[in-house]
Every structure is written in structure tokens, then in C-alpha cells.
Design a binder for this molecule. Structure first.
Ligand code: SAH
Ligand code: SF4
Ligand code: F3S
Length: 474
């Protein structure tokens, strides 16, 4: 059963009227309770909130964007850096004020921070009623019953199998054009700095057919772009129980590309150790698979990469970059970098700057190293780079990336790109925004014949380090 995009209670009632879900109408009428949800961290968490929304809809709960009219507040949290957790703690303080006004308001913490802190959360933050880890969302209905009866609810069980394959996400805050599809969960890589294997558990891949069905369904609803999500999409592996055929990421990508040539495919995140030439050839073969790869390097130095347990070295990464530009010449590559990892010397930091130039990233997410409790690095390595040095290295990385992005964008001036219109630009109702295959955001004056979800050719007339502006051409 699929709940269409947008919001929510009307859709549920409509489905009920059509007789698909017989008891919804009565449940919604009897309860009519509303929840407010905020998601932090990665796209995975945003996508999980849509699974949570679907599960809550089946309980007759509808979402509201107005926190003061909510019966439940859910924060879908992130633990990736200390700052991410601080943000959630601060938000909980603000939510305390709403709980004072509405004694019945229940507060649930979901996601990675819930998984990391488990029931400790209930001790540390008295206002929290519910703690639910990323693999336990199916248990939300019974946890909500528990909370209704005045108890606190906790489920942080991590599963080896859960992929929520049969749950059709209820699209939240959707522009009706772009959607996420989760293709796998968890991570088995154990990068020494990273908390994800502990908060999301073991890697498991979702049934190919359920992924293709979700893509088809989205296309039929008018969506024109899907992003396939996983911590390491290149290690997607699913065995068809009937034929015993092993499906890898290149095969999955091809199957999703075949759904419709007008459905654009993106994917994230690619891991340098696992991205194969087959995947690159499939990207090159299909016009609707975007020429954009997010390939986080983390560091450009082989000794640091070894300490990070990334399982590739500088040469391996350079070889993957060469392969990408050879097989997909107009591909854009983006990256993640960590400044000031344990024992990193200034020369080793310079290696990160030089690999950025070599790879010519169009975009990057850049971070100062933040030690996370329980990780291999926290156990075995000393977080010995002083904060000011981390900051200084980070600002050098940011400065260089700004230049690289600007140069990358300048090269686009004069070119014409096929752009998928996502909606109005933030600044003006007279302008559209949309992205090209290389994931560059392009702003251009409207033409009234066109609407969100349409493709249009746009000639680029100017560039900044963040955006391109252009004009529609025939
Ligand atoms: N699965 C993805 C990354 C997921 S986390 C991959 O392997 O690339 C997103 C990014 O957060 C990472 O790429 C890394 O750059 C950053 N990150 C993770 N742990 C961190 C930490 N302890 N301190 C600083 N940055 C971190
Ligand atoms: Fe974390 Fe590494 Fe897994 Fe990415 S691949 S989620 S950085 S452990
Ligand atoms: Fe954060 Fe968890 Fe994603 S730690 S980055 S929300 S997988």
C-alpha cells in the first residue's frame, strides 16, 4: 500500500474511502492525533523519517508542520560528530518549553543518537518519553501504546535483516520531483573515525524488485529523479532467492535506469575501495544516470588513510579518479574531507589539498575531526591535533574547495545543459531552479509553459562558487 506524496490525513481518508484500509477512517476520527518530526544528519535519516511517517499513518497519526499543535514530537537524530549531538540536545531544551505548555506532549528521539545512547537518553534528558533506534521503527505502534499508558518506551534492537522493503515511504516535504530510495542499510566498513557501524548495524541490501517497484511507482506519481541511498552503495549485493542470481550495484543501477528514460537516477555514497569499472560503464551507457559521483576521500595521505581504516591508499584513489574521467569524461566528482585526524602532520595535510586539486572536485563536505566514543580511533588512537590546528587546516581545505568549485563552475559558462526543473528559486517567483546531470544548481528566468518536473535546456551565462545562472534555449 502506498501513501501518495504530501500531507497526509486527507490522503489517508481518501484511501480509506476507497476501501483499501478499512479501519483508518474510524481510527483517524477517533484519535486524530498529530505528530511533528524533524530530521538531522544524512539523507538516510530523511529517508527513514518517511518510513516512520508511513508507519505512523497506519496508526491514524498525521503529520503537522506546527509544533505547537502536535501531540508527539519526534527528532530523528545524528551522532556523526559531537556538534550534531549538541544540536539535538539544544533542540530538546527548546522543546521543553512546548512540553510546559502542553503537559500531554510526548517526545521521541529516533535514529543514530537514540541507538548510541540507548536508555541513557531517558536518564539524561527527562523530557524524553521514547527512544527508538533505526531498525526498530516497526515497533513504534506498540511503543506509542506504552507511552500512552504512562510508561517510557525504548527499542534499540539492531537487526541483521530489516530493510523496510515492504513499507512505502510517505514522502515528507517533497517537491514532487525528487525522491530518495533506500537500497541498503548499515555499514560493515569500520572506518576508525566513524560511529555509523555502531548506530546502524550490519550492512544488508534490499530486494531488487522492491527497489524497482518503488522507482516505477514514483515515476507514475510524477517524480522525475530518484537518489539511491546507502552508506556504501557499491557494495550492494542481493541474491534472488528464486534464481540464485547475485545482483550487484551495477546491475541494480541498470534496472532502475530502465524504469523510464525520463527518470533521472542519482546515488550516494560511493566508496573508493568498491566502485568498479562496471558501475562506471553503466553510468556512461545510460543518459538518465547522472554524471555525478560522490566519492569521499577523507584524506589524501596513505598513512592517514591506513589509520582511518579506509582500506585504500592515495594511489588507489587516484586510479579511481582517472577511471571516472576516462570512462565518463564530463563527470563531476564531489568528496568529504576530515581535517586534523589523529597524528596528522602538516605535510600529510598538504596531501589532502593536493588530492583535491588532482580530483578537481566540483563540491565537498568538509569537517574537523571529532572523536566519537566507542569507535576504533577513540579506543586506539590519540586525538592529539589541537583544536586551532584542526580549524586552520579545515579553513585551508574550505578555501581551496571554494576556488575549485568556482573554477569548475566557470568552465560551464557558455555550455547548454539539460535541467530538471525542481520548482521556484528561493529568491524569486519569476525564476526556476533545477540541476543538471552534474548536480549543479542552476537558476534561470521562467517560461510559463513549463513547470516543476519538466526538462529544459538551459545555457549558462554566469557562475559563482555555489550556483550557475542561465537562460532557457530551444
Ligand atoms: N558512508 C560515507 C560517509 C558517511 S558519514 C562514506 O564512507 O564516505 C559522512 C561524512 O562524515 C564522512 O564521509 C566523513 O567525512 C564525516 N565524518 C564521519 N565521522 C566523522 C568524525 N568522527 N569526525 C569528523 N567527520 C566525520
Ligand atoms: Fe562510516 Fe566508513 Fe561506513 Fe562510511 S564507509 S559509514 S565512513 S564506516
Ligand atoms: Fe548521522 Fe546516522 Fe547519518 S550518524 S550521518 S544520521 S547514518
Amino acid at each position: 500500500m502506498y501513501f501518495p506524496k504530501g500531507d497526509h490525513s486527507d490522503d489517508i481518508l481518501e484511501e480509506a474511502r476507497q476501501g483499501e484500509v478499512l479501519d483508518y477512517q474510524s481510527r483517524v476520527k477517533a484519535g486524530g492525533r498529530q505528530y511533528y518530526i524533524e530530521s538531522y544528519g544524512c539523507q538516510m535519516n530523511f529517508s527513514d523519517s518517511e518510513i516512520v511517517a508511513s508507519i505512523l499513518a497506519q496508526e491514524g497519526l498525521s503529520s503537522t508542520k506546527d509544533i505547537s499543535s502536535a501531540d508527539f514530537v519526534f527528532l530523528n537524530t545524528c551522532s556523526i560528530r559531537e556538534k550534531a549531538e549538541d544540536t539535538v540536545r539544544n533542540r530538546l531544551k527548546e522543546i521543553q518549553a512546548y512540553k510546559k505548555k502542553n503537559q500531554n506532549l510526548k517526545v521521541g528521539v529516533l535514529g543514530c543518537m537514540a541507538e548510541r545512547l540507548k536508555s541513557k537518553f531517558l536518564e539524561e534528558e527527562k523530557l524524553v518519553d521514547l527512544v527508538v533506534g533505526p531498525d526498530a521503527y516497526r515497533d513504534l505502534p506498540s511503543l506509542l501504546d506504552q507511552v500512552d499508558s504512562g510508561e517510557k518506551g525504548v527499542n534499540v534492537y539492531l537487526s541483521r535483516e530489516e530493510t523496510y522493503a515492504d513499507i512505502s515511504p510517505l514522502r515528507l516535504d517533497s517537491n514532487g520531483v525528487c525522491a530518495f530510495i533506500s537500497i541498503m542499510r548499515g555499514c560493515d566498513n569500520m572506518c576508525s573515525f566513524c560511529v555509523v557501524p555502531f548506530t546502524r548495524g550490519r550492512e544488508r541490501s534490499r530486494d531488487l524488485y522492491s527497489i524497482v517497484a518503488e522507482a516505477k511507482d514514483l515515476f507514475q506519481q510524477g517524480f522525475r529523479e530518484v537518489t539511491l541511498l546507502g552508506q556504501n552503495v557499491d557494495s550492494y549485493k542481493w541474491t534472488n532467492p528464486e534464481s540464485n542470481e547475485l545482483i550487484d550495484f551495477s546491475m541494480l543501477l541498470e534496472q532502475v535506469a530502465l524504469v523510464n528514460p525520463d527518470l533521472r537516477i542519482r546515488f550516494s555514497t560511493s566508496h573508493p575501495k568498491d566502485i568498479t569499472d562496471e558501475v562506471l560503464h553503466v553510468i556512461a551507457k545510460y543518459d538518465n544516470i547522472c554524471n555525478y559521483i560522490h566519492l569521499p576521500v577523507q584524506s589524501g595521505n596513505s598513512r592517514i588513510l591506513k589509520l582511518m581504516n579506509r582500506t585504500y591508499d592515495r594511489d588507489w584513489y587516484l586510479n579511481r579518479v582517472d577511471a571516472i574521467y576516462k570512462i565518463i569524461p564530463d563527470c563531476a566528482i564531489s568528496s568529504d574531507m576530515i581535517a586534523g585526524f589523529c597524528s596528522e602532520s602538516d605535510e600529510e595535510h598538504q596531501d589532502t589539498l593536493s588530492i583535491m586539486e588532482y580530483a578537481n572536485y566540483s563540491y565537498a563536505y568538509m569537517f574537523a575531526y571529532s572523536e566519537r566514543p566507542g569507535t576504533l580511533a577513540a579506543k586506539k588512537l590519540k586525538d592529539d591535533i589541537p583544536e586551532e590546528i584542526k580549524k586552520q587546516r579545515l579553513s585551508e581545505i574550505i578555501r581551496l574547495q571554494r576556488q575549485l568549485s568556482y573554477m569548475h563552475n566557470l568552465k560551464d559558462v557558455g555550455q547548454t545543459y539539460k535541467v530538471l526543473i525542481e520548482g521556484n528559486s528561493k529568491k524569486s517567483e519569476d525564476e526556476f531552479k533545477g540541476r543538471n546531470s552534474q548536480n549543479k544548481m542552476i537558476i534561470f528566468p521562467k517560461n510559463n509553459m513549463l513547470k516543476a518536473g519538466d526538462y529544459v535546456n538551459v545555457k549558462i551565462i554566469s557562475a559563482s562558487s555555489a550556483t550557475l545562472t542561465g537562460q532557457i534555449v530551444d
